[in-house]
Design a protein around this ligand. Structure first.
Ligand code: GSH
Length: 206
């Protein structure tokens, strides 16, 4: 059996692969990271970001790639949808949307506005945050519109649900999520009730 290790930061986007690893039933270890990344993390990932997954001597970065690698550890669970199916295309569609429109251009701007301007003026940063909030509201409205049940794709849990759950939690820093996005709230509640999520949250001290 391969040696699997996840580098994470509590509540960060690494929570999605953490949940998925627990869903696979495969043994793994975790290492909690520090802001800016430990020397060990930076040696593995020059981008100095979590998540990082190692499988034996193989280093994998980027959430979508990591979620794919984790799904491959338990192919029978179809965590990315059944291979070759439209379902798997839909899961990938969700993951790409979440990694780009929600994480990178939404929360990226909202939480770290200073990275998107050469100005050190607080007012410039505030303006970026205002725009980020608008972009995130558009993205979450789209999520709300697209959801038809408590799973993002089909009628069972996939990686898309775990990833959506992470951003639901982050959204709570901005909105009353339950009141503003009720269908999204129902999905998040379903993910939160899973044994894997309960354990991941506990392990991350959340
Ligand atoms: N594109 C990367 C983004 C990873 C990312 O931004 N991770 C955040 C935590 S959610 C991080 O490590 N941030 C530290 C930083 O930006 O300095 C992915 O999808 O894995």
């Amino acid at each position: 059996m391969s040696n699997v290790k996840l580098y994470y930061f509590p509540g960060a986007c690494s929570l999605a692969p953490h949940i998925l690893l627990l869903e696979t039933g495969h043994a793994f270890t975790t290492k909690q990271e520090v802001r800016g990344g430990s020397d060990e993390l930076r040696a593995l990932n020059p981008k100095a970001k979590v998540p990082v997954l190692t499988i034996d001597d193989t280093v994998i970065t980027e959430n979508i790639a990591i979620q794919t690698a984790i799904s491959n550890l338990a192919p029978e669970k179809n965590l990315l949808g059944a291979p070759g199916s439209l379902e798997s295309v839909r899961v990938l569609e969700w993951l790409a949307f979440l990694a780009t429109s929600v994480h990178a251009t939404g929360f990226g701007l909202y939480f770290r506005p200073f990275r998107f301007t050469t100005s050190s003026d607080e007012k410039a940063h505030e303006e970026i945050k205002v725009r980020a909030k608008e972009l995130l509201k558009d993205a979450f409205d789209l999520v709300e519109e697209k959801l038809t049940g408590v799973h993002a794709v089909g009628d069972r849990f996939t990686a898309a649900d775990a990833y959506l759950y992470v951003f639901y939690r982050w959204g709570s820093a901005i909105w009353d999520m339950e009141a503003t996005f009720p269908k999204y709230a129902a999905l998040a509640a379903a993910v939160q009730a899973r044994e894997s999520t309960i354990k991941a949250l506990k392990d991350e001290g959340l």
